[in-house]
Ligand binder design. Structure first.
Ligand SMILES: [Zn+2]
Length: 124
């Protein structure tokens, strides 16, 4: 069964091909975010489960890299620390390389989701 799930992190719907059920944990196929199915009727909705921030962002970037076939550079840990600082100060994982703390810059930021890595060889 195919279900469309709207991702509250990257603001895009993705098609999930496995059975869904309330409270099931799924991975957004666009950004790699961990999501929990909160409702299945009348529409499917999903939200970010409560997680330790460090676990949440590590899982997300690892999932995203896996989905796209990317590998990490030596700067990965620096990036994770920057993301955790942004999360602590501004409430979400905004890209530490970007000035504006807006939804488009939540990691993986919109430009990165739009294949910036493929074009430039890295995410910033
Ligand atoms: Zn997403």
């Amino acid at each position: 069964m195919k279900s469309k799930i709207f991702c509250p992190v990257c603001q895009v719907s993705f098609v999930h091909k496995e059975e869904i059920a309330k409270n099931k944990i799924v991975t957004c196929l666009v950004c790699g975010a961990i999501l929990e199915i909160t409702e299945t009727t009348p529409e499917i909705s999903a939200s970010r489960p409560v997680m330790e921030p460090e676990n949440e962002i590590r899982e997300r970037v690892d999932n995203f890299a896996k989905l796209r076939g990317y590998t990490f550079s030596a700067e990965k840990e620096e990036l994770i620390q920057g993301l955790l600082e942004k999360h602590e100060r501004f409430g979400d994982f905004y890209c530490p390389c970007r000035f504006d703390n807006i939804p488009e810059n939540v990691c993986p930021c919109l430009e990165t989701r739009k294949n910036h890595v493929k074009k430039e060889g890295k995410c910033l």
